[in-house]
Design a protein around this ligand. Sequence first.
Ligand code: HEC
Ligand code: HEC
Length: 664
Amino acid sequence: MPRTLLTVSVLAASTLSVVFLAADARSKVLREQAVISEFGMGNFGLPFQMQDPPLGDTHAPAAKATKASLSGSTIVSLRDGALVVDGDSGKLLRTDVDGALVAELAIGADASQAVVDTAHSRAYVVDREHDRIVLVSLERGGLAKVDAWRTAAEPFGVALSPDNKTLLVTHVADQKLIAFETETGLQRWDIELGPEPRGVAISPDGHEALVTFLTSGAVARVDLQAKQPKLSFVSLDPSPPSAANTPNRAFFGEQAQVQAPGGKAPVFNPEKGKSFARNAFAVAYVGNGLAVIPHQLSTPDLATSDFEVPSGGYGGGNGFTAPINHRLAFLDTPDAGEQGEIRTAMANTTLHQPRALAYDGNSDTLYVAGYGSDDIMAIADVSQSSVHLGWQQSVAGSNGCAPDGLAVDGENGNVLVFCSLTRTVVRLKGDPDSAAAPTVVSTSKELAKSHFSASELRGKQIFRQGRNAQISTQGAMACASCHAEARADGLTWFLQGHILQTPFLSGRLEGTHPFKWDGQDANLEISLTSTVKRLGGTGISNRDAKDLQAFLTALPKPRIPTVEDDQAVARGKELFDSTTTGCLNCHDGALSSDGKRHDIASDLPAVDTPSLIGLASSAPYYHDGSATSLESLLRNNGSIHAMGRTSRLDDAQISDLVAYLETL
Ligand code: HEC
Ligand code: HEC
């Protein structure tokens, strides 16, 4: 399948020279301090802190423009209660205002989101497992399946246009955005997006849509006014690099040059200090033409300063600098068709893994939930220059929450929270203009049974947990920070003198021991212990480790993209199995791994043969991420040269082999 290259539209500011002189750095720091003190938010670790001057207007948005755009969510507020999509049980659930269950409908495993067309009393529900949109009638207080439309492979995010005529759907495995006509269910158009798309929202004027991604520092912007939708990208990566993250060879060259053990070649990481935006699950349009995207900022190779002692682990050491931070991006996009620069402003937040969003246009408040920290934040005047924190409230309960959906009750401004771990709905009533804690109006009973065992569910709870010092230094990192959905962040982390790519976990662990790229960890238990040590955690209990293992090994294999050419796949398989290539010598069996280590890398003494399951979703490749695509892996070999025989393959054979590898 062809892959779209992410042509990131670079912000004007990044043309500033990255060569950094001490004086420049100081003035940059001073500038930043000035910006921060100007808004009186200079203290470190405030729950919500603008890093740039706010983009919004000096006045509240006009009432008309505040109609919340209909972006998919796991929870939707209805006049007489709520609609919940529970991916765990695979069910669509309907509750009354008190949170009592009134109806349910089976959809499919990992059912992801729903949008509601209130005018027609109809919900569009995304069935991630069976590749369809299920149309559900909400009439007479029930849930009745009316129809289902086929989608491409693995739909996830959904948004309904303001005129209710178009449904946009993102697809994870097929990496596409598809527009459906709601009247007929026919596909109007589709565009290639790039790897790991998730949330989508349409602007209140219906002119454009934004799509977020798990593994890219960019947000896709789709111009919906053109005859053919036009795609461009907005970068969320920090730009220009600041003093703290400048990949400057002259300055950092010595530290970046690390002698690998075993007398192998030294590693030079040209991206030292660079930060990348990751894990953007959702986007919401707020008033005054702004959109907000919660995400995470990862710095895989921290530039060490005088204040730090490198520990060899992820950002560990004395004078700890968190390699993972949580942010909200504010985007001001000019009207489609109009010329103009896309402006961005960033805010830091202490929410861990900010994910779910809901906007209340009546009060111009944005509600954001921390998936890893179980807290909800009200950000008041969100589309104005007076943007500020209203209240913050924990919804942790005794078994955690892992909020992955928020909704606002249009009647009374109540905030509905869907706790994905406990499958419960919490209803909060608060005043966004006051810092006073909101009251918990109601907490529902467990609305559906989990498909996980009790141990697996505990593992799921630990896996996404931020702020847990047992897992990482100061609780800065959760497993899900780098392995969101037990997948990979597409980054290579600098660890103990090596650049090591984050492996994809879901469906790739059972039977693939030993673990880690160097194959030093004989089993999963040892692997988890060493991971927690590297993360700087104080250590997890045996029970926690068992539960984490139970959870990780219960997860399914990733979905594969739609096969476009069966014949090519068959020819590719023949090549893979042949002595011409010799791939089977090491990638044998159901998991396509011999479980052995081979001395084929230049900077590691030996590398464990990885399983090839889910290759289509796990770019980049090799332990050091040196092959950015399967094509380049087979053509130029990246940093690995003694793996199989591919140099004599012609273009057609390479493309057949890629077609086959993407089906594993
Ligand atoms: C900062 C990013 C990051 C965080 C946080 C993180 N990992 Fe990883 N994970 C990685 C990288 C990078 C590797 C490869 C390291 C290596 O091979 O030495 C890895 C490797 C693994 C492996 C080995 C997979 C294989 O096929 O060999 C497992 C299992 C794993 N991580 C689970 C976890 C769990 C569980 C947590 C939470 C306790 C966690 N990770 C937290 C980045 C991360
Ligand atoms: C000598 C054993 C051996 C043979 C033969 C071999 N591989 Fe590998 N393969 C490995 C090892 C070891 C790695 C990990 C290398 C690294 O990351 O440094 C690997 C990595 C890969 C990866 C990257 C996986 C990832 O998740 O990053 C792909 C794809 C792959 N091999 C495909 C093939 C194909 C196709 C062939 C046949 C042309 C082949 N291999 C032949 C041992 C082998």
